[in-house]
Design a protein around this ligand. Structure first.
Ligand code: GLY
Length: 318
C-alpha cells in the first residue's frame, strides 16, 4: 500500500495513509487526502480560499478515477462547495450516466446530494490580493465594471500559471487489494477568464488511473496537458511496455513538442501497478511526496527535470 502526492498534499497524506491502514480503499484514501488540502486556507490554488477568477469568483475543478473499472467522476467551475473532490466522487458513486458536470449543473448536483456548502469561499485577505492585482493593472477592482463594461479579453494577461502561485493537488494510492485510484483538485489559474476549465477535471488530461498499468496526475499549465492527453498518454506508454520512468519522460517530452504561443511549467507524478513511483517537472527543484503504509511519515523526493522552454505570447494588455 502506498500513496504519492504533489508536495502540497503533505497536509493530507497522514489521514490518507491512516485510511489505507484501517482497511479503506484507494478511492477513500485519495478523497480524504485531497479534502485536507481543499480545506486549507493557506493553499491558494485548491479549494477554499483559492485565488479567484478575474471577476473575483472562486471556480473549482476536480476529478477522481477508479483504476479497477476506469469509472470516473468530475466537476468543473463549481462555486460554493469547498470539497470538490467529494462532489466529483459522488458523480461516480451515484451512478450517473455522466462523468463531468460543470458550472450551475455541478452546483445543482452538489445541492441535491447535500454536499457541504460554505457561504463565503474567500477570506478578506485573498479578496484584497485580487483587488490589488486588478488595480495594479489599471482597474478600480470593481467587479460590476469588469463584468458589464470591459472586454475581458483585454484582461486575460492577468491569468497566472497555477504553479507560480501555489499548486493544484494530486493524490494517487494503491490499497490493500492492489487497486489504484487517482484524484486531482484545483481552483485553476489565478485571475483566469470566467468559465476556463483546466486539465484537472478532464479524465486523460490531468488525471488517469488503470489498475492494469498505473496512474498519472498533473499540475501546472493545464492547457498543455489537455492538448497532449498527458495522463492517459503515460498509461498508454506503460501499456506499450515502457518502464515507468521512460513513460514519464515520454509524456513530458510530448509537452515539449507542443507548438503555439502559450507554453509554461508542467509537472506530473505517476505510480505503476507494482508501486514504483516517479515525479517529473519542467523546472528544477520541484518535489513530490510518498508514504508506504508502514512508514511513520512521508518522504519528499526531488522530481526529475525534462526541460520545456517557456513561450508566452505578448498579445497581452500592457
Ligand atoms: N493544472 C491546473 C490547471 O491548469 O487548472
Amino acid at each position: 500500500m502506498i500513496i504519492i502526492a504533489s508536495h502540497n498534499g503533505a497536509i493530507g497524506i497522514a489521514d490518507a495513509v491512516r485510511t489505507l491502514n484501517s482497511g479503506g480503499s484507494a478511492m477513500d484514501a485519495v478523497e480524504i487526502g485531497i479534502r485536507a488540502v481543499e480545506a486549507d486556507p493557506d493553499d491558494h490554488s485548491v479549494g477554499y480560499n483559492g485565488y479567484p477568477n478575474i471577476l473575483g469568483e472562486l471556480e473549482l475543478d476536480a476529478s477522481i478515477m477508479d483504476g479497477r473499472t476506469l469509472n470516473s467522476g468530475a466537476v468543473a467551475l463549481m462555486r460554493g462547495y469547498p470539497y470538490a473532490i467529494s462532489v466529483a466522487r459522488q458523480v461516480l458513486e451515484r451512478k450517473l450516466p455522466h462523468v463531468l458536470l460543470a458550472g450551475e449543473g455541478a452546483e445543482r448536483f452538489a445541492r441535491e446530494i447535500d454536499a457541504e456548502r460554505w457561504d463565503d469561499m474567500l477570506t478578506d485577505e485573498i479578496r484584497e490580493v485580487w483587488r490589488r492585482r486588478l488595480a495594479a493593472s489599471g482597474s478600480s477592482g470593481d467587479t460590476p465594471e469588469l463584468a458589464a463594461d470591459t472586454s475581458l479579453l483585454d484582461w486575460v494577461k492577468l491569468a497566472t500559471d497555477p504553479e507560480r502561485v501555489a499548486g493544484t493537488v494530486n493524490f494517487i494510492a494503491i490499497d490493500g487489494a492492489g487497486d489504484i485510484a487517482s484524484g486531482v483538485s484545483t481552483s485553476g489559474w489565478a485571475w483566469k477568464y470566467p468559465g476556463r476549465i483546466g486539465d484537472s477535471p478532464i479524465i486523460g488530461a490531468g488525471n488517469y488511473a488503470d489498475n492494469r498499468y498505473g496512474a498519472c496526475a498533473c499540475t501546472g499549465m493545464g492547457e498543455m496537458a489537455i492538448r497532449a492527453s498527458t495522463s492517459r498518454s503515460l498509461a498508454l506508454y506503460l501499456q506499450m511496455g515502457m518502464t515507468l520512468r521512460e513513460a514519464g519522460r515520454r509524456a513530458m517530452s510530448d509537452l515539449r513538442d507542443l507548438g503555439g504561443d502559450y507554453i509554461g511549467g508542467m509537472n506530473l507524478i505517476a505510480l505503476d501497478r507494482d508501486g514504483e513511483h516517479v515525479g517529473l517537472s519542467s523546472e528544477a527543484g520541484r518535489t513530490y511526496i510518498y508514504q508506504h503504509a508502514d512508514m511513520a511519515e512521508y518522504e519528499s523526493v526531488e522530481r526529475e527535470v525534462v526541460e520545456i522552454p517557456a513561450r508566452w505570447a505578448r498579445i497581452v494588455r500592457e
